[in-house]
Design a protein around this ligand. Structure first.
Ligand SMILES: [Fe+2]
Ligand SMILES: [Fe+2]
Length: 152
C-alpha cells in the first residue's frame, strides 16, 4: 500500500519535510515495482541511491536536532546508525548475489522500508514535532518587533 504525505507528518515546514517526502517517494517507487527488483544491477543502483539520500538526510536531521535542543539526540543518532548498518548489510548481500537469489534482496528491501525506514519516521522522527514547533515559536517571538519592549 502506498504511503501518502499529509501535513500531519510535517516537522520543520522546510528541508526535513522535503527530504521525508523524497523518502516516501522512494518507498512508493519500490512498492509500485511490486516489491521486486528485476536484476542485481537495478537493485544496486536503487539501494546505492537510497543509501546516499539517507546519509545526507540523517546528517541534516542531526544538525537540526542540535539546533532545536532535542533531548534524545544520542538515541536518535543511534537509530540512524541502525538504518545505515542495515543498508550496508543489504548492499553486502547484493555483492554476494550470485550465491543468493534476488528473492532475499527483495524481501530484505521490503522489510527495510516497512520496518526500518517507515518505522523510524513514524516512531522516532515524529518525536521532533513538539521541539520543532517550540523552536519556531521562540524564533518568531524574537523576530516580532514588539518583543522585548517593556510597556510602562
Ligand atoms: Fe531520524
Ligand atoms: Fe528523518
Amino acid at each position: 500500500m502506498e504511503i501518502k504525505w499529509s501535513d500531519q507528518l510535517s516537522i520543520d515546514g522546510g528541508l526535513l519535510d522535503e527530504e521525508h517526502k523524497a523518502m516516501i517517494q522512494k518507498t512508493n517507487m519500490f512498492l509500485k515495482m511490486g516489491k521486486t527488483f528485476d536484476s542485481a544491477d537495478q537493485a544496486r543502483q536503487f539501494l546505492i541511491g537510497l543509501k546516499e539520500h539517507l546519509a545526507i538526510h540523517t546528517a541534516h536531521e542531526e544538525e537540526y536536532l542540535q539546533q532545536i535542543d532535542f533531548p534524545d539526540l544520542q538515541q536518535h543518532s543511534k537509530s540512524h546508525e541502525k538504518l545505515n548498518v542495515e543498508m550496508d548489510a543489504l548492499l553486502q548481500l547484493l555483492d554476494r548475489v550470485k550465491f543468493y537469489d534476488l528473492t532475499e534482496i527483495n524481501r530484505r528491501t521490503a522489510h527495510f522500508f516497512s520496518h526500518f525506514l517507515v518505522g523510524h519516521f513514524l516512531n522516532e522522527d515524529m518525536k521532533m514535532k513538539a521541539y520543532s514547533a517550540a523552536h519556531r515559536k521562540a524564533q518568531d517571538a524574537e523576530q516580532d518587533p514588539e518583543h522585548d519592549i517593556t510597556y510602562i
